[in-house]
Design a binder for this molecule. Structure first.
Ligand code: G3I
Length: 389
């Protein structure tokens, strides 16, 4: 249902009851207390997942997604994007994103909000409009104010500006950069901060981890926003990686610390590690696990890294095969919702971080576990990889 302008996020008791009745019992991978619980025990704020309302009727999906020990934060994968939430000027459609916010509240999970100013997934009225500086400023201000106000005090953080950079570190061509120049950056942050002073405000982008010119561009963006006295609190590293090409732990720590030096907190906001060849062989499966672990350790190493979000937790619903045909199986759970060796390795490293002890030896399996024989056989390779990283 489309709503005219903003409305409060009203949750009736009957709605909450209905949500609970639809939700199957929570599942936790057997080797783990749940990634979020382990992450919190290791001193961080969250281990979260992107979640898509289209999948809400998939009971095995919900059994994992709804478990707050497994994922302690939700990010709406698409439902807060401009084309979804304000498809026509002044006409807002909050229902889908509200259902994610409501579910997070019901489950006791944090809610991370994504995204406000982005060149992609814009509605036609923005993408094809004939704008002046004044009219685009007004429409951007109205969009951010309306959406942030609607979710006021519900969002731990907002990705205020998403993917503003080209690979060479200059601003990418977009309706915002072309009409407003770089001023759309501090404008977006100022307006978001005025609408919800309690939300952490992030700049979020991909390939900052692999492309030095782009990381330098992001540092310039942060400094520009700060010079304009606009609020900015965090840098989101999307962390869309590929098996065998994931930056190592040391590089990720160094990168984060460049932003920490500017006063920001950090997060890996859209983590996945795609296989280049499918089906993946045993070597690639083990490498995927060490790649995931390196990212997790890089967050553990940096006190101001607050948490990690995976961009979907199951291969069944990953965005990657649609965008990069032939690549995939990038998630921690396979398409049958079985935890993969990468899951086991991440859980083990988090458990060790919580206790301060090195990861335990691999469990001996006689078959029949949910991870399966492959996971058991690969475990020594994964653990060995942690110590040569
Ligand atoms: O909503 C339409 C639906 O009406 C239509 O029937 C269907 C037919 O294909 O398409 C639906 O739109 C899709 C949309 O997701 C919602 O499901 C688009 O085709 C599809 O391209 C879109 O993909 C999303 C992509 O952003 C768009 O750029 C992915 O699900 C989403 O995972 C991805 O997420 C982005 C982050 O927001 C930013 N960082 C990169 C990341 C991966 O691209």
């Amino acid at each position: 249902m489309l709503l005219l302008l903003t409305s409060g996020l009203l949750v009736s008791a009957s709605t909450l009851l209905a949500e609970r009745q639809q939700t199957p019992p929570a599942a936790v991978a057997p080797e783990s207390q749940g990634l979020h619980r382990l992450m919190v025990n290791a001193g961080k704020l969250y281990f979260g997942t992107a979640i898509e309302t289209n999948n809400f009727n998939d009971r095995p999906y919900r059994a994992i997604a709804d478990n707050p020990d497994e994922f302690g934060m939700y990010v709406p994968e698409n439902s807060q994007k401009w084309e979804a939430i304000q498809p026509r000027q002044g006409v807002f459609s909050f229902d889908a994103a509200d259902s994610v916010a409501r579910l997070a509240k019901t489950n006791g999970q944090l809610f991370r909000c994504h995204t406000l100013t982005w060149h992609s997934q814009l509605p036609p009225f923005v993408q094809n409009g004939t704008w002046t500086r004044a009219t685009l400023t007004a429409v951007l201000t109205a969009h951010i104010t309306s959406v942030v106000t609607h979710y006021k005090s519900l969002c731990y953080a907002w990705d205020v500006v998403n993917e503003a950079l080209a690979e060479n570190g200059t601003l990418r061509a977009s309706v915002f950069s072309q009409i407003l120049g770089p001023s759309f950056l501090p404008l977006s942050f100022s307006v978001a901060g005025a609408a919800d002073p309690s939300a952490k405000l992030y700049y979020n982008d991909f390939n900052l981890e692999t492309t030095p010119a782009k990381a330098a561009g992001a540092l310039r963006i942060v400094q520009q926003i700060q010079a304009a006295a606009a609020p900015i609190h965090g840098i989101g590293f999307q962390a869309h990686f590929r098996v065998g090409q994931t930056p190592n732990r040391t590089a990720l720590v160094t990168l984060q610390n460049r932003f920490v030096a500017l006063g920001l907190e950090t997060s890996f906001t859209e983590l996945d590690v795609a296989h280049l060849t499918l089906p993946a062989n045993a070597t690639a499966v083990a490498r995927q696990a060490t790649d995931y672990v390196g990212v997790v350790q890089a967050c553990l190493d940096v006190p101001r890294c607050v948490g990690i979000v995976v961009w979907q937790f199951t291969d069944k619903y990953s965005w990657i095969p649609n965008t990069f045909p032939g690549l995939g199986d990038a998630c921690l759970f396979d398409r049958d919702f079985k935890p993969k060796p990468a899951y086991t390795a991440v859980a083990s490293v988090l458990a060790a971080a919580a206790t301060g002890r090195p990861p335990p030896p691999p469990p001996q399996r006689s078959g029949g576990s949910r991870v399966g024989m492959l996971g058991g056989l690969l475990w020594p390779v994964v653990v060995a990889g942690l110590f040569v990283w």
